[in-house]
Design a protein around this ligand. Structure first.
Ligand code: 9MR
Length: 695
């Protein structure tokens, strides 16, 4: 069950806390121990707080100050349940009622205590910033000066100004052996190659994040060379990769090369020491469509920066259209490296990102082009699906990326797309994820729909959180938000290994990721902010060769090893970091003030007594809180009018809200003093309420 935190529960928790503070209970002297697993960074004051205790006897647990002198909270461990993915029997320690900001440890008699963690507003700010800054560390074709990179400063590598057109990529205008320039971009992963398919979903995810939380990212400083210019740092960083992607399109026909790569992987050397020749290899339908989707997003996003980047948005849209046309004319060009190597030299043995179906890429590209151009023809050619189950996004399955964009832009579309059904489709998947979490011994969505233990499993956990955040945005239902938080907790420690999977963030983090600069730079700590692939029992990196791993496999959720050898579990890549940035960034943007946003609703816990409308304080000066109750789910509009009937503020515009008590903040700081009317409208009820602004 999802731990519900009713008012009674909250009050009880507060009383318990007061009682504990008055009669401090000494916790036994215990050492830091792995059987207690929790988000190693911490928790928002108002949000749920859960740890798992492995093989713990029934009984109480304690939250204490780090020196264990004061016990600030006592709770009772939950029932023992077995998590099939790790075979561990665990009890949940729920200390959500502890809301006082501070630094604490969690102690379980017989198990020891956790390392210190924080309860604080903005508790994941550095996680969000660090995971995004990781893209700077992945930049190709540039030196990373110490001012931005600290101890991970390095010389420039891979200028990519003289890249060879591989015979598989030859065209009339660019015969095999032609040299082209395709500099910049991010290295894909632990290797130094640049793959368009994987860049596609990575950019798509970062752009979605930016479009959904623009003000948070306008303010977020990454300390990169462009910080302080006219663009938000997220857009500056994405531009580094966008400029490379633009060069991956053959100007002769609009098709996009699948990748820019060395023939085989380089050794564990720094970028400037990795000097094999680089090729652009075969165009593919998947790469071309992912490119089209990203360029269509970029066209509308960078259009706001026409002065700083003259012509860029137009170039992106032209590139997107040309790519789309190529894909429509070439709808089944697969990337099959074995067949390519039979036909051409040199052989290419680097990452494949081969995809067997393009329906999802067509739908994503169609959706983004439609949103940007408002041209129905794109979605008429590849209409969004309404009834099929939506799937958690991944590099070979990008359909959901288009669905999320359509939902986000739903108020500004033509009638060619039924956005109500788009929303319903997202909510169906999110409901499955939330229901699955309620059944999970670790209280996570991981293991449920789309959250399998496969190569890159950590990105699945992050992407599940991205899905429920879409549902939260569409409904305000806090269960979706809490599910996203639960998966962030998973990634930062509440998992089968007890590691925080983000390098540099947490007490036990990967020290030997399969990442060439981290391995070769001589700096003890790996490059920070990188999400490692995560546990699964595929074992593709196990073998007898010196560079292969000994068998590390256990059950899937703890089949993971912090070793350079493990490219199957401990590599890093841009498409795994992107949903991590999304998850931490979206949660920070949403929760940064108090821990749970005003307006959040947990259905059922606060049943409305009446359908009313009130605001306080009233009169107000700079801000009012508006409160109303809904007896059942309704689409709600909430507007403020002046006495001449002119709309002066919009709080809600037809948003579907669940039953319960709702609170929304209204900024009145820019309104002249005077009397206004709040107007709440639902399909079958209308309420008005006077609001006086006085200064
Ligand atoms: O993330 C990819 C994963 O889904 C595949 O199962 C795996 C094997 O094909 O490849 C992964 O991608 C790797 C890419 O091919 C090359 N750069 C490193 C990527 C992460 O391991």
């Amino acid at each position: 069950m999802i731990p519900t935190r009713s008012l009674v529960h909250r009050l009880f928790g507060a009383l318990l806390l007061v009682a504990m503070l008055m009669t401090p209970r000494p916790a036994a002297a215990q050492s830091a121990s792995e059987p207690i697993r929790l988000n190693q960074i911490g928790f928002y004051p108002e949000a749920p707080k859960v740890a798992v205790a492995v093989d713990a006897p029934a009984g109480d647990f304690f939250v204490t100050t780090p020196g264990q002198t004061d016990t600030v909270f006592t709770g009772t461990l939950g029932e023992a349940r077995t998590w099939p993915f790790s075979g561990e029997t665990v009890r949940l320690a729920d200390f959500s009622a502890l809301r006082t900001p501070g630094r604490y440890v969690l102690a379980v008699p017989g198990l020891g205590h956790s390392p210190p963690f924080e309860i604080a507003p903005r508790v994941h700010q550095e996680v969000a910033r660090g995971a995004l800054k990781a893209y700077y560390f992945m930049r190709a074709s540039t030196a990373l000066p110490e001012a931005y990179a600290g101890p991970w400063a390095r010389p420039a590598g891979h200028p990519d100004t003289s890249v060879i057109v591989h015979p598989s990529a030859a065209s009339d205008g660019r015969p095999a052996g032609t040299r082209i320039a395709a500099p910049r971009g991010w290295y894909d992963a632990g290797d130094y190659n640049k793959y368009v398919v994987n860049a596609g979903i990575s950019m798509g995810t970062l752009f979605l994040l930016y479009e959904q939380y623009p003000s948070y990212f306008e303010a977020l400083n990454l300390n990169i060379p462009e910080s302080g210019n006219d663009l938000p740092d997220l857009l500056d960083e994405a531009l580094w990769n966008l400029r490379w992607m633009l060069k991956m399109q053959d100007p002769g026909d609009g098709g996009v090369y699948h990748k820019l790569t060395t023939p085989y992987f380089e050794g564990a050397v720094m970028p400037h020491q990795a000097t094999q020749p680089r090729y652009v290899v075969q165009k593919s339908t998947a790469a071309t469509l992912d490119f089209a989707a990203v360029m269509a997003q970029a066209a509308r996003i960078y259009a706001d920066y026409e002065t700083a980047l003259p012509g860029l948005a137009d170039s992106c849209l032209t590139a997107a259209r040309a790519a789309w046309d190529w894909a429509v004319a070439n709808p089944r060009v697969f990337y099959d490296q074995n067949r390519l190597n039979e036909a051409y030299d040199p052989d290419v043995t680097t990452g494949q990102y081969g995809d067997g179906s393009f329906a999802d890429e067509f739908r994503w590209a169609a959706a983004e082009l439609y949103i940007t151009t408002k041209t129905d023809a794109f979605v008429q050619a590849y209409p969004p699906r309404y009834t099929a189950d939506l799937e958690v996004p991944s590099w070979p399955n990008v359909e959901a990326m288009g669905v999320f964009s359509l939902a986000h832009h739903r108020r500004h579309l033509t009638g060619a797309v039924d956005t109500t059904r788009i929303k319903e489709r997202i909510l169906r998947l999110a409901d499955q994820l939330v229901a699955y979490r309620a059944s999970s011994a670790f209280d996570v969505m991981m293991g449920g729909p789309g959250g399998g233990f496969f190569w890159g499993s950590n990105s699945a956990a992050a992407n599940q959180g991205l899905v429920t955040m879409q549902a939260y945005r569409l409904t305000g239902d806090v269960r979706y938000l809490e599910a996203a938080l639960a998966n962030l907790d998973y990634l930062l420690g509440r998992n089968g290994t007890g590691y925080s999977f983000l390098t540099g963030y947490g007490h036990r983090t990967p020290m030997q990721p399969h990442h060439r600069p981290s391995e070769a730079d001589g700096v003890p700590d790996p490059v920070p902010g990188l999400l490692v692939g995560g546990p699964h029992d595929g074992g593709q990196d196990i073998g007898p060769e010196p560079w292969q791993c000994d068998d590390y496999r256990r059950l899937p959720a703890n089949s993971w090893i912090d070793d350079w050898c493990s490219y199957a579990t401990n590599e890093i890549t841009i498409n795994w970091n992107a949903p991590m940035v999304y998850l931490a960034g979206a949660l920070e943007a949403t929760l940064s003030e108090t821990g749970l946003p005003v307006g959040a609703v947990r259905p059922g816990t606060r049943p409305p007594r009446s359908f009313g409308l009130e605001s306080y304080p009233n009169p107000t000066s700079t801000q009012a809180t508006i409160r109303f109750a809904l007896p059942d789910p309704r689409a709600v509009s909430l507007h403020l009018f002046d006495l001449l009937g002119r709309e002066v503020a919009q709080v809600l515009d037809g948003q579907a809200l669940p039953p319960g008590l709702h609170e929304h903040r209204l900024d009145t700081s820019r309104l002249p003093s005077g009397l206004y009317l709040l107007h709440l409208h639902t399909p079958d009820a209308t309420r008005t309420h006077p609001l006086l602004v006085l200064r």
